[in-house]
Ligand binder design. Structure first.
Ligand code: ATP
Ligand code: MG
Length: 210
């Protein structure tokens, strides 16, 4: 059973790490793969390169042996569509392995804007966690019916099937976002509480977000 955390990671922060740690403990993932998007399909192009964002992910997960980086989106050209990554992951891991896409409620609420979104559940499960201050567990009609069709509350169902389920998991998440961190760094606010020291050092060394 593996978890995938896709994101822009511009930059990675303790909110991402907490999400992965809590879900790893609660749902007993063997590994969580952090998958940075090279060219985010639904966001402006980040001002920090994909390689640097991936470097920061590597530094942040360095001492956590079950966390891995998955750089397949850096090796493709064009927009980083999750569906392409899932198809490629299935080629690598086969059809039997349980793959769960870990996702915050803000991103999940917009899932119906993702490229070929109605094929995603053919390749993975979704584990949705609520982000603080997000009212986004109110869904539009498409997301609502997707949840109605696919929701389970049973972790074992996730474990024992490869894909196709949605689990909404209650965990304590942290009120941190990359947007907020980019603004804090630009205004010289201390960010030592919200991200690993190794990532802060990297940001300083490369003068990112100044
Ligand atoms: P930005 O502000 O630039 O959008 P972000 O903090 O939302 O950055 P992303 O890289 O966009 O980070 O997020 C990747 C995934 O992690 C998304 O599914 C998002 O919902 C989730 N996520 C990000 N921050 C948190 C958090 N603090 N708690 C729980 N989930 C989070
Ligand atoms: Mg975001």
């Amino acid at each position: 059973m593996i978890g995938i955390l896709g994101g822009t990671f511009n930059p990675i922060h303790n909110g991402h790490l907490r999400l992965a740690e809590r879900l790893e403990q609660t749902l007993a993932f063997e590994t969580v793969r952090f998958m940075p998007a090279a060219i985010p399909a639904l966001k402006d192009m980040p001002n920090v390169s994909a390689e640097q964002r991936a470097d920061m992910v590597k530094l942040a997960i360095f001492d956590h042996s079950t966390f891995q980086i998955d750089t397949r989106e850096l090796e493709r050209s064009g927009p980083s569509y999750s569906i392409d990554s899932l198809v490629s992951l299935r080629k690598e891991l086969g059809d039997k392995v349980s793959i769960s896409w870990l996702i915050g409620s803000d991103a999940f609420a917009k899932l119906n804007t993702w490229h070929r979104w109605n094929e995603l559940l053919d390749h993975c499960h979704f584990v949705v966690v609520k982000r603080p201050h997000s009212e986004d567990l109110t869904w539009n009609a498409e997301i609502h019916s997707l949840v109605e069709l696919h929701q389970t509350n049973d972790v074992n169902v996730l474990k024992n099937s490869a894909s196709g389920k949605i689990l909404i998991q209650k965990i304590a998440t942290l009120d941190i976002s990359s947007t907020q961190i980019r603004e804090q760094i630009a205004s010289k606010t201390n960010v030592s509480d919200v991200m690993p020291k190794s990532v802060i050092n990297y940001i300083q060394q490369h003068q990112l977000y100044q």
